[in-house]
Design a protein around this ligand. Sequence first.
Ligand code: NAD
Length: 418
Amino acid sequence: MGAYNPYENVISVIRDAAGKLGLAESDYIATMYPERELKVSFPVRMDDGSIKMFEGYRVQHSSSRGPCKGGIRFHPNIDENEVKALAAWMTFKCAVVGLPYGGAKGAVKVDPSALSHAELERMTRRYTAMIAPLLGPERDIPAPDINTNAEIMAWIMDTYSMLKGYAVPGVVTGKPIDIGGSLGRQEATGRGIAVTAEEILKKMNIPLAKIKVAIQGMGNVGGISAKLLHEMGASVIAVSDISGGIYKESGLDIPEILRYLAVKGKLLKNYEAGGVTHISNEELLVIATDVLIPAALDNQINENNAAKIQAKIIIEAANGPTTVQADEILNERGIIVVPDILANAGGVIVSYFEWVQNIQSLMWDEDEINKTLTRIMCKAIETVYKTSVEKKVTLRTSAYMIALQKLVTAKKTRGIFP
Ligand code: NAD
């Protein structure tokens, strides 16, 4: 077996969905290639006066259905194939939930925890300047992803606006509220995960209050998912971060854990509380639970552990947490996988609301945002579920079939230039 290449995962899922739709290759071939890929190398002055070189990417997978949209990730192990895959997943995600966007993703190969706050700002601003020719509210709109947050979005917005000479809030989403961010954006992906859990469990006639949940990753997405599911009555029995996991069979005290993690530098490996035991990230994935929510990195559920997973339902909060090989094993074992492009779409849905508010220079209230988010998520979940039953395919194949059909229609309707 060759090295794991997430972009090959994407191609394989697209081909599978195209086969089920009976499409000719010429109909969907464009969806297998990113439209535009930019690789940048740039210097940053460090606090001690030395110069360090950084490498970054911005990949625009598709603009067939609208401007490209997708987050920016800061991570030491990122590579081109991963950014390409992440960009493609954005295209399919926006299509499946019906947003008028294509897909993109950006990344810088960096461990941001090794930078000072000032170095992080200079690095972000220089990276933004390097990819600025591709950006713009009508072109390509970044957002937060792993290790990036509202403050970093503010630096991106400011850098882009300085280059333009006027304020352009709509160039990024996930900004602080004071400069055009949307209420509800920070919680949106986790809220979408909670809505997904509720809707899927309803289909299976399982009351949410009776279930056990394990969550890998306690950042923005995992943390909010844990908070909301805990509030809804589910028992969150295991959570983890990069340092490892914690477990309590009768349910963890999620509000207390979130307060602990809110202090900068705190890691779960040092968390202590009555009845809580420490487990590894590998152990968390195969723990006895009803619902497993991978909310960290891709390639976590693979052929090495898929046969050992004990969860009945996997809700993919992370992008690409399950490999194609693992998907087959899980399907044979009757484990339901709610795919990333559906389950974690809450973030891009509220990003879309933020962009619309920026373009129209008005603000929606939080209640309206959460209600509209829930309505869009529920509709997409219903459509994907129905198609999966009708066509006798997995939820992933169903979601890709729906998205691919929309992309193929858009391409056909627009025609090929020149
Ligand atoms: P984040 O940086 O806020 O949190 C990441 C979490 O994962 C942290 O708890 C970190 O400690 C943990 N982690 C990192 N490496 C790990 C490892 N090797 N093993 C276990 N845990 C590890 O990032 P986030 O924004 O919460 O994103 C998490 C996932 O959700 C990513 O796959 C991202 O692409 C996806 N996602 C994010 C959004 C969003 O709105 N932020 C939207 C859709 C999808």
